[in-house]
Design a binder for this molecule. Sequence first.
Ligand code: NAP
Length: 248
Amino acid sequence: MSQTLLITGASRGIGAATALQAASAGWQVAVNYRQDEAAAQQVVAAIRAQGGAAAAFPADVSDEAQIIQLFAAVAARFGRIDGLVNNAGATAPLARLDSFSAERIQRMLLLNVAGPMLCCREAVRRMSTRHGGRGGIIVNVSSAASRLGAAGEYIDYAASKGAIDTLTLGLAREVAGEGIRVNAVRPGLIETGIHAISGEPGRVARLSSSVPMQRGGQPQEVAAAIVWLLSDAASFCTGSILDVSGGR
Ligand code: NAP
């Protein structure tokens, strides 16, 4: 029986690339999305076209009730959940901290911190041998912003990813003896639609000369790191944070 992987925010960008590569590696993939059902169904169709198994599951992963429903729906469809990629996340309009509203900060922390933490909770309850599970693997998607701070752009986003790094370290140690590995990737500047949402579609081109490798990355290059961390090849990695940033 194939193992089941839930990827949050898998209708485009890094999540969609990870879904395709994970399916090629033998995972049956639960493709979560928030609103773009057509895009999510395209990812599912592409996986099925290459002979894999996948299904799409709507849920806003900044909402606890929808997260609980999402995990129940995936378990009902596939029978089990063996892997989780906490990928859904967003930046915010470029701004200095002295203009932030409380509402902006709360929205950021709900989606980028509380959501992944609650998804980890649901995963651990199903995977941990302490709860009668068979073990599992979690990969969190952080950002190089957690090291850089995103001054003048979105410090709230950078801080939310700092929380993801710490969540990864702490949870890895908490469940290491319960059959669960927990790791993170820290992408740098990657060519996806996230930059247009924060108001700067040309961000990667503008900043690529500041990247030691002199270019932005492709979502497939991040997906490859995630799928490796999910694999048995990474069997002794837990609490690891892998930079995928061209040296940035
Ligand atoms: P993206 O292209 O904007 O894709 C975001 C995905 O998340 C979409 O599938 C979107 O689905 C989904 N999503 C957004 N809000 C959601 C919610 N509340 N509930 C469920 N799904 C939601 O972003 P990306 O660049 O691939 O980013 C993926 C991850 O990588 C994020 O955590 C991001 O912070 C991180 N990252 C990206 C970069 C970069 O340069 N691109 C760098 C470092 C880290 P819908 O379209 O249906 O809303």
